[in-house]
Design a binder for this molecule. Structure first.
Ligand code: BGC
Length: 742
């Protein structure tokens, strides 16, 4: 639809400014159907006769713009009249504005906003008319004076709207335009203020009680020129003052200047903030009426599929924090965090969390789009960078294991969650190129040495205090090389390809790993992460000895972990898969620092980036890297779902067609229930302790084969229905009841 339209730009181009492109037209015949197609380098909001054409936010979203740019199509028949005004307010967005820290990080994809649109009108008599973007579109400034994703928006209802003349033809856009592939981003939850706080330093702060991504809507009636200025923060410092140092250069501040024209409602259009608290830097009244404020959480419109509840209040809060970590960071792209000057598609974070993400929400389409960008941004040598989309070519040269491995891990996990081979078909070439890249890099075909590695990012076992943990880079890289190759082989098998070359490669990598990194049948690197990944990736020469030593290491460390981004997702699995579910539970239920429940005890409402985001003495970890809304460690829900509740799709049963239900009850929790709406229906596992027994209830959906394995050793293969079992607590094997309700 856009083939007869021209890219246009404003005749004036000022950093951070928003421009309105507009045109008027008259129709003399009745309209049967009107369709608008539009996209921008920048962000746009489309209006017809002052009505928004969609409730979507941040269109056309973020892709690897140099290769692919999505356009959107809207049925706008209902909005068309005989006299019409078609308007687009545009902001810089990701394409033009700041992305990454520092003033130099602007204009990654373009140095100005560009727009293209086509409105197709089909009249009732079958004839058609088109309104296309070209030099007849006019441009003016807007009441949204400026907008920046990181820094916030400035809306001035008193600002003079200045006519800038006609748009200019713009031949600077060279990319492939594709129809929208990803999910929409929309407003999702409303959160009302919990409390108004006057901080010790005299600031007026509103607490919304939940860390979130979104913005605050303000309803206000005031005088012309009155100002509302709102700053956003995730936490208060130990004295109770508003704390923004961890936002780094992101200002996260919205300013509204009132027109004085009765009741006005303000919220930003092209930005969001990561926050729990707001500070009123300017407000026209001494008295603050909390009912004038509400926070609106925004994220991709993904359907919630998972649910969890148990008898341990702190675990329930942890689950809540995991879900909110996902909501806050699934804004079109899986981002690391929503508040500081990053909000980027870090590949490592995405691969760590993808399995949990696909339990909590239906993320198939979300990842389909993101993985297509990963493939689009992959270099000819097969390397996958740190970020997708990558906003800066300089970062394309940076390749790290566990980050680039998102290329194989994410497609495989999405396939396992939904059972749709399409994702493997789409990504297979990219997966293969990634494995081939590792094979060709460095001197040894079977080891991965070198690269710009992050290591076990943010682990706490590095004595020099660096961010990268103590597990050697080459150890981690080669282990991931083996894991990625194994996933490539599995994917190729699903697609019916001959994978013998890679099977041989895999065996050679495993032998090289064992030769290089295993000494006396134990990982040479004596870290929890080294042991966890050797076990989870199946690289040990003596599994029993390795697992026993891992469990001992944790016991010797007072049941505390030391792992970072690489080891943490696998640690509990590595233990419970090898007979140490008790050690895994002790880690899960650990409340002292460092642990998952430590942040819960400190009042967290989302996942922290760091185990010690707030230290025991109330001070903070390094402000340069201290987000309170980073989903990565939330990957632990995959263990709660997969081991505590025991639900796991088997390799030959992607999409839960064939799954295992092997719960691991623990008396300290009392009861636990996890469920998921699979593509086949409701699947759940529930256990609870009575005075004498442990009871189990499982719901199996249609067209699913489930292997139920109870702690007393009983195994049973069942089809759709509800199954109820009871075992005597602590008797180790006596089963006294089994019921089936179909
Ligand atoms: C991000 C991480 C990311 C990392 C790379 C950070 O700044 O927030 O989550 O994976 O850089 O190590």
């Amino acid at each position: 639809m856009l083939s007869n339209s021209t890219w246009i730009k404003s005749p004036v181009n000022k950093a951070e400014a928003c421009y309105e492109f507009y045109t008027d037209f008259t129709l003399c015949k009745p309209v049967a159907r009107a369709t608008l197609a539009v996209t921008a380098m920048g962000m746009y909001r489309a209006f017809i006769n002052d009505s928004r054409v969609t409730n979507e936010l941040y269109t056309p979203y973020w892709t690897e713009y140099t290769k692919r740019l999505q356009y959107q199509i809207y049925d706008v028949t209902e909005l068309i009249q005989s006299e019409n005004a078609l308007n687009f307010i545009c902001a810089e967005g990701w394409a033009v504005g700041y992305v990454r820290a520092g003033a130099e990080h602007r204009n990654h994809y373009a140095d100005h906003i560009s727009l293209i649109y086509a409105l197709e009108i089909i009249f009732t008599d079958g004839t058609k008319a088109y309104i296309n973007s070209d030099e007849n579109t006019k441009v003016r400034t807007s009441h949204i004076v400026s907008s920046s994703i990181y820094h916030g928006e400035f809306v001035d209802k008193t600002a003079l709207v200045e006519e800038l003349g006609y748009a200019l033809n713009d031949d600077s856009v060279h990319t492939h335009i594709i129809v929208q592939q990803g999910e929409k981003v929309t407003e999702q939850d409303i959160i009302y203020p919990r409390e108004l706080i006057e901080t010790p330093s005299g600031e007026k702060v509103i607490d919304f009680g939940q860390n979130l991504s979104g913005y605050v809507e303000v309803k206000i009636c005031g005088k012309r020129g009155d100002k509302v200025i709102i700053s956003h923060a995730e936490i208060l410092d130990k004295y109770g003052n508003f704390y923004t140092d961890n936002l780094r250069s992101a200002r996260q501040q919205n300013t509204y200047v009132l027109s004085g024209d009765g009741m006005e409602i303000f919220k930003p259009s092209f930005t969001w903030q990561g926050f729990r608290y707001i500070r009123l830097d300017s407000y026209p009244y001494e008295d603050i009426d909390l009912s004038s404020f509400r926070a609106i959480a925004v994220h991709s419109d993904i359907k919630r599929t998972g649910d969890f509840v148990c008898g341990h209040p702190k675990l329930n809060q942890l689950y809540h924090n995991i879900v909110w970590g996902q909501k806050s960071n699934f804004i079109d792209v899986p981002t690391d965090c929503p508040q500081r000057d990053e909000r980027l598609g870090w590949t490592g974070d995405a691969q760590v969390f993808v399995r949990t993400a696909a339990i909590n929400f239906d993320v198939e389409r979300f990842f389909e789009k993101w993985l297509a960008d990963l493939a689009a941004g992959q270099m000819p040598d097969g390397s996958v960078g740190w970020l997708v989309p990558d906003c800066n070519l300089q970062y394309r040269e940076n390749v790290s294991s566990a980050w680039g491995d998102a290329a194989t891990i994410c497609p495989w996990e999405i396939y396992m969650a939904y059972g749709n081979k399409k994702i493997l078909q789409n990504q297979f070439e990219s997966m293969q190129k990634w494995v081939d890249y590792i094979r060709n890099t460095g001197d040894d075909e079977y080891l991965w040495q070198g690269g710009k590695q992050f290591g076990d990012w943010l682990a706490m076992d590095n004595e020099d205090g660096s961010y990268n943990g103590a597990t050697p880079y080459d150890y981690i890289s080669t282990a991931y090389y083996a894991y990625s190759t194994s996933l490539l082989i599995k994917s190729g098998n699903v697609l019916g390809y001959d994978m013998s070359e890679y099977v041989e490669l895999y065996h050679n990598i495993v032998s090289a790993f064992q030769r290089e990194f295993i000494k006396d049948d134990l990982p040479a690197a004596h870290t929890q992460t080294a042991y966890a990944i050797a076990l989870y990736f199946n690289l040990c020469t003596d599994r029993e000895k390795t697992a026993a030593e891992l469990s001992k290491m944790i016991r010797d460390n007072g049941n505390k972990l030391t792992t970072g981004f690489v080891g943490t997702p696998y640690l509990l699995h590595a233990l419970s898969d090898n007979g140490y579910a008790d050690t895994a539970y002790d880690l899960l239920l650990q409340e002292q620092y460092p642990s998952w429940l430590y942040s819960v005890g400190r009042g967290a409402t989302t996942m922290w980036e760091h185990w010690d985001g707030i230290k025991e003495d109330g001070s903070f970890w390094d402000k340069a890297m201290n987000s309170y809304n980073h989903y990565a460690y939330g990957a632990v829900y995959d263990w709660i779902f997969g081991v505590a509740a025991g639900i796991r799709p088997l390799d030959d049963g992607a999409g839960y067609k064939h799954c295992r239900i092997e719960p691991h009850p623990d008396k300290r929790i009392g009861f636990l229930k996890s469920s998921i709406e699979t593509r086949r229906g409701h699947l759940s596992s529930y256990w609870y302790y009575t005075q004498t027994d442990i009871k189990f209830e499982f719901d199996i959906p249609a067209d699913t084969i489930a292997e139920i394995i109870l702690p007393d050793g009983r195994r049973e293969c069942v089809l759709a229905g509800r199954y109820i079992y009871s075992t005597v607590d602590n008797t180790g094997g006596k089963t006294n009841e089994r019921e089936q309700q179909n």
